[in-house]
Design a protein around this ligand. Structure first.
Ligand SMILES: Nc1ncnc2c1ncn2[C@@H]1O[C@H](COP(=O)(O)OP(=O)(O)OP(=O)(O)O)[C@@H](O)[C@H]1O
Ligand SMILES: [Mg+2]
Length: 277
């Protein structure tokens, strides 16, 4: 069984400290729900795991089965079985989707995939994701709608067959039917024993994919870990109980200039800094 182990991870972006000692373990076969208020470092954690050069790891370690992930190049991390579906997938003008996926697939193989085998695989993946096959000939994410981009990330996950998939707000922008398609694709991969780390602000996706564990990130640290019941608690009560029960201020980063707003999330009202019990 593969294990991803993150210890005391500190990460800065543009000289600003975002992660301040993250400890987290993810095992194959688990689905970890990662929640936390806006701007507290969830996406930063995934960027650091995948090796985004804008994110500087200043302290701590990330290991995959004892191997130092931080010493790996970005493509080596992907080859090692790590996959990120980004919160905001980037448009890559001039790069044909089908060609891009093929290149990504071949990086992970000893021998390049045959044209025949590749198209069979590609067609199957498009069909399962309910995406018209013609879209494989469009430039990657260019002009794709919000929901199309998100579906496409899952399509890529299916093609690349990672050991660990990190899904960053994959449910944002998906219509109800697309959400079902995406949840089904995740369930299929869960059935194969993959490990998932799924970030979402809403309970809906989680009720469909049944996380085995929950972690909550506040101020660049994992402050609470537990079972799936924590998702329900946050969905109904917000984050105020974390302040109350753990004595953790949710406003810390805001004072240092970050965004701490829950937008349209149902938990918004509970983040009022002046509110006292
Ligand atoms: N490239 C960057 N330049 C400057 N600041 C950045 C950059 N990337 C992230 N940050 C800041 O780092 C902090 C953490 O951002 P991050 O995206 O990790 O939050 P998050 O927990 O994923 O939030 P959300 O729930 O809104 O997606 C924010 O204050 C954000 O503005
Ligand atoms: Mg984010």
């Amino acid at each position: 069984m593969s294990t991803l182990t993150i210890k005391n991870l500190h990460v800065s972006v543009k000289g600003k400290k975002i992660l301040r000692g993250v400890d987290l373990t993810l095992n194959e076969g688990e689905t970890l729900a990662l929640l936390g208020p806006n701007g507290h470092g969830k996406s930063t954690l995934l960027a650091a795991i995948m090796g985004n050069p804008n994110f500087e790891v200043t302290e701590g370690s990330i290991e995959l089965d004892g191997k130092d992930v931080l010493a790996m190049e970005v493509d080596e991390r992907s080859k090692a079985g790590l996959f990120l579906a980004m919160q905001n997938p980037v448009e890559i003008p001039g790069v044909n989707s089908a060609e891009f996926y093929k290149a990504a697939l071949n990086v992970r193989r000893e021998k390049p995939i045959s044209v025949f085998e590749y198209y069979r695989l590609l067609e199957k993946a498009y069909k399962e994701m309910g995406i018209p096959f013609e879209m494989s000939q469009r430039n990657l994410n260019e002009g794709f709608s919000g929901g199309e981009k998100k579906r496409n990330e899952i399509l890529q996950m299916k093609l690349l067959n990672p050991t660990f998939a990190f899904l960053d707000e994959i449910d944002s922008g998906l219509d109800v039917d697309a959400m079902r398609v995406v949840a089904k694709a995740i369930e299929e991969e869960q059935g194969k024993g993959k490990g998932f780390l799924v970030i979402s602000h809403y309970a809906r996706l989680y009720t469909m994919i049944h996380p085995t564990r929950t972690a909550v990130m506040v101020n660049g640290r994992i402050v609470v870990e537990g079972g799936p019941e924590i998702v329900t608690r946050i969905d109904t009560e917000g984050y105020e109980w974390i302040r109350r029960e753990y004595g953790i201020s949710l406003e810390k980063l805001e004072k240092e200039g970050s965004q701490v707003s829950l937008g349209t999330c149902s938990t918004k009202v509970l983040l009022n800094g002046d509110k006292k019990e």
